[in-house]
Design a protein around this ligand. Structure first.
Ligand code: CDP
Ligand code: CA
Length: 517
């Protein structure tokens, strides 16, 4: 059988390629190469680089104990919002540093174990560049009022120990109540992302010229702070007003710190007040559980500047406290700590201190959280109404001490015995002191942590001292690096397709010609 020979069009010599076809072919080849190169660049450049992490340490020297916090953040993003987070907290054994007034040289060494813990958490090659700060709060404020010399010695001892640690020592000092309030407010708003204004929120805010921040309520052992942005600007009491410019926005913040109104000093005040009308040494106390007993040295009760004005001669040296477990009576008892009679301003909290009308949501942390969390009253999903909170404290106070002790045997007796008083005190402070009502009660959010970081003043303090909160919004390129590369690849693909299409259009290859395909 003869095999048909296809000879049509074949002349024996190769057909000459036209110059336009050649250029198109070269262009097509080059754009394919460019696309491959761009994709390769996109893939390799977007691989996560090894993270460059920075660290900072803050010690919160509170009246009851000291906590050491380690924070970390990516070095490149120092000025962004919400990038700093807590990676470690270490609770120092023993009392707060103000508790070393009779053995001041022991204050510093008490911090050694937590410093070693920080050395372990932070890579050794970064120890030298890691700043370390210590801020002391109301316990040291009181000690310095009572015995300035002892307070100075405690701070020197603490400084000596911190200088001997391998970190970059930046100072150990007593912070003011104003700073404590302000830094607590900065911390929670930074962690809640309230300073960051992106997308529609930014547009909405610039239209309405508002910026929603959350107020801060901090309850310690020796002082308590209230800080928020009031609705109307008033210069009635300038010492309570602070001005901040953060991320391109102005904030006028009201703050006040009540020394002696932390929950431990408030209890001392209450007992000192009770003593004034006592004829013998035994006190039936409605703020402790029935069956609970405690003996208190009267001289200890009047040592603190919070009670010294009530000091007088008593015919007994010890006070025998017997629990009665009566919440209503306790509330009436505690309420006396808030003097509402004189107010030289348009409105006051108590003791003649200016307080503008409450505004917005509040984050309540430290002992506000510890106590409410113990009483199971911190659920964010179904926040309890004020009457439910009062009923819960009331029924807890009514439980006999032996029952409470058995039910919560894992909790230290000192803490456990005072939750009834603390619950009543918190309600009295918020209701009688600050005038929270059933209408705005649910705007209080009891928070322990936000993300991985504890709510408290320490983070705000570090952000401020390391200049990590810029006054102006950092200029950011309109596109992220990834989006830029992506867009480049897309453009090249479009270009390549256009070229290919042009080539097909002007130089129809045979396979596309009618009749063949
Ligand atoms: N787990 C905890 C830890 C502390 N606390 C209390 O929280 C308060 C912390 O106050 P603090 O030591 O920071 O004192 P300030 O210097 O802030 O007034 C103290 O009254 C502690 O007893 C608590 O109730 N439960
Ligand atoms: Ca505190």
């Amino acid at each position: 059988m003869e095999i048909p020979v296809l000879t049509a069009g074949v002349t024996g010599t190769k057909p000459k390629m036209s110059w336009t076809r050649k250029i198109l072919l070269i262009l097509g080849f080059l754009s394919t190469l460019a696309v491959i190169a761009l994709i390769a660049v996109a893939v390799t450049q977007n691989k996560p680089l090894p993270k460059n992490i920075k660290y900072g340490i803050v010690l919160d020297a509170g009246s009851s104990h000291t906590n050491l916090y380690v924070y970390e953040w990516p070095a490149e993003k120092e000025n962004d919002t919400g990038v700093v987070q807590q990676v470690e907290v270490c609770k120092v054994e023993g009392p707060g540093i103000s508790g070393y007034s009779h053995a001041t040289e022991k204050a510093g060494p008490s911090l050694a174990q937590c410093l070693r813990q920080a050395e372990y958490v932070i890579p050794s090659k970064q120890h030298q560049e890691t700043p370390i700060y210590l801020g002391a709060t109301a316990g040291m404020r009181l000690l310095s009022l009572e015995n300035k010399n002892a307070a100075d010695k405690v701070l020197s001892s603490v400084e000596k120990t911190l200088r001997s640690a391998p970190f970059n020592f930046q100072g150990a000092r007593i912070i003011s109540g104003q700073e404590e309030g302000a830094y607590g407010w900065i911390t929670i708003n930074y962690l809640l992302g309230n300073f960051k204004q992106s997308g529609w929120k930014k547009l909405l805010h610039s239209l309405k010229s508002i910026s929603e921040t959350s107020g801060a309520l901090d309850l310690g052992g020796a002082s308590t702070q209230i800080t928020f942005v009031p609705n109307e600007l008033s210069s009635e009491s300038p010492e309570n007003l602070l001005y901040f410019r953060l991320y391109g926005k102005d904030y006028l913040v009201y703050t006040h710190s009540f020394l002696c109104y932390g929950k431990d000093q408030a209890l001392q005040q209450k007992l000192a007040e009770d003593l004034q009308t006592m004829e013998n040494s035994s006190l039936l106390d409605p703020c402790f559980h029935q069956g609970y007993q405690r003996t208190i040295n009267i001289s200890d009760l009047f040592k603190t500047p919070c009670t010294s004005a009530k000091k007088k001669q008593f015919p007994f040296s010890q006070l025998y406290v017997q629990g009665e477990g009566d919440y209503q009576k306790c509330r009436r008892n505690v309420q006396k700590l808030f003097n509402k009679t004189n107010c030289p301003y348009s409105s006051c909290s108590f003791n003649g201190i200016y307080l503008p009308p409450l505004q917005g949501d509040f984050g309540a942390f430290s002992a506000f959280y510890f106590v409410m969390n113990f009483l199971n009253l911190t659920s964010e999903q179904s926040p309890a109404a004020l009457d439910k909170v009062a009923a819960t404290v009331e029924s807890f106070c009514a439980r006999p001490w032996h029952e409470v002790k058995t039910a919560y045997h894992q909790i230290k007796e000192k803490y456990l015995s005072e939750y009834c008083f603390s619950g009543a005190y918190i309600l009295s402070l918020l209701e009688n002191g600050y005038d929270f009502t059933e209408n705005n009660w649910q705007r209080i959010h009891f928070l322990g942590k936000i993300g991985s970081s504890d709510a408290g003043w320490t983070l705000g303090y570090m952000l401020n001292l390391t200049n990590m909160i810029p006054a102006e919004e950092p200029a950011v390129p309109p596109l992220s690096y990834g989006s830029y590369v992506g867009l480049m690849v897309l453009c090249s693909l479009v270009l390549a397709s256009v070229l290919l299409f042009a080539w097909l259009l002007f130089h129809k290859p045979k396979c596309l010609q009618k009749g063949i395909v």
